[in-house]
Design a protein around this ligand. Structure first.
Ligand SMILES: [Zn+2]
Ligand SMILES: [Zn+2]
Length: 128
């Protein structure tokens, strides 16, 4: 598949047994399905292996709008994460594909992890 944001090619990458994403060999953008994203958030270190692109390049490409889904050619929607509104990624209204610029998944995952840790700390505090 062709990368929606640059002249690169999306190549399949796997991590563990359940995770398969497509990563651009030029800009490091990641294409995945929502259910794969859930697995990626759960899987320890998945970001270090899968999100290996240059975040500075990702930031520059984040400015690109109106990209088309590489799988079904539908114009993708810009979506911000419901809990981390500074993170914008593309989602396909037709087939559900998600596209993250390089560095975005790491950002998403790191904050998710921090939220969870904060939740744990809060959970241990005795009720007052
Ligand atoms: Zn690319
Ligand atoms: Zn699509």
């Amino acid at each position: 598949m062709d990368c929606p944001k640059c002249p690169g090619t999306l190549e399949p990458k796997t991590y563990g047994r359940k995770i398969t994403v497509h990563r651009c060999n030029e800009c490091g953008g990641l294409l995945c399905k929502p259910e794969t994203l859930l697995e990626m958030k759960r899987e320890w270190m998945s970001e270090a292996v899968l999100d290996a692109g240059d975040p500075r390049l990702g930031k520059a490409l984040d400015q690109l709008d109106d990209i088309k889904c590489p799988e079904c050619s539908t114009v993708m929607d810009k979506t911000s994460d419901e809990r981390q509104t500074h993170i914008w990624y593309e989602s396909c209204p037709s087939c559900g594909n998600l596209f993250f610029d390089a560095g975005e998944f790491t950002d998403l995952k790191y904050d998710t992890l921090m939220d969870r840790l904060r939740g744990l700390v809060r959970g241990r505090r005795p009720a007052s």
